[in-house]
Design a protein around this ligand. Structure first.
Ligand code: UDP
Ligand code: MG
Length: 149
């Protein structure tokens, strides 16, 4: 089973969207195996968003992601990396498909409410940045037989 790193960004937390966002992944059937609220340091923000260093939006992105608490979520499930990206929608909320999280709750690209890993490689990297081994919880769910055939 794949794992992905999702994060309710500071705007999502401030706007009381945390429960709504977590709920979408729960209702879909994906399994939450890690969950915590914390503030991202500039150092970790620069590491997490390392691929964007030097881009015009980099400084404002780091300002934004360190501006308040975030909620980090590790989710497990079949094809969860790409499935979560589909559920989130495009980076720019005004271009995101209707019904997706970013389309439903955002307007500006710099206030797009949620992060999700863009590949299996990124998810492993990002989970390791934000979660310690012991913070991920392995458990089985009887419900899985009603979710997976
Ligand atoms: N971002 C921005 N302006 C841009 C592009 C990106 O503020 O022109 C921010 C936005 O919050 C986005 C994050 O930088 O979610 C990371 O950008 P990326 O292209 O990796 O988008 P994502 O993977 O989050 O869809
Ligand atoms: Mg990205």
């Amino acid at each position: 089973m794949e794992r992905t790193y999702l994060m309710v960004k500071p705007d999502g937390v401030q706007r009381n969207l945390t429960g709504e966002i977590i709920s979408r992944f729960e209702k879909k059937g994906f399994k939450i195996i890690g969950l915590k609220m914390f503030k991202i340091t500039r150092e970790l923000a620069e590491k997490h968003y390392g691929e964007h260093i030097g881009k015009p939006f980099f400084t404002s992105l780091v300002d934004y992601i360190t501006s308040g608490p975030v909620v980090g979520i590790v989710v497990e499930g079949k094809n969860v990396v790409s499935a979560a990206r589909e559920m989130m929608g495009a980076t720019d909320p005004l271009k995101a498909a209707p019904g997706t999280i970013r389309s439903s709750y955002g307007i500006d690209i710099g206030r797009n409410v949620i992060h999700g890993s863009d590949s299996v490689t990124s998810s492993a990297r990002e989970i390791a940045i934000f979660f310690k081994e012991g913070e991920l919880v392995e458990y089985s769910r009887d419900l899985d037989r009603w979710i997976y055939e």
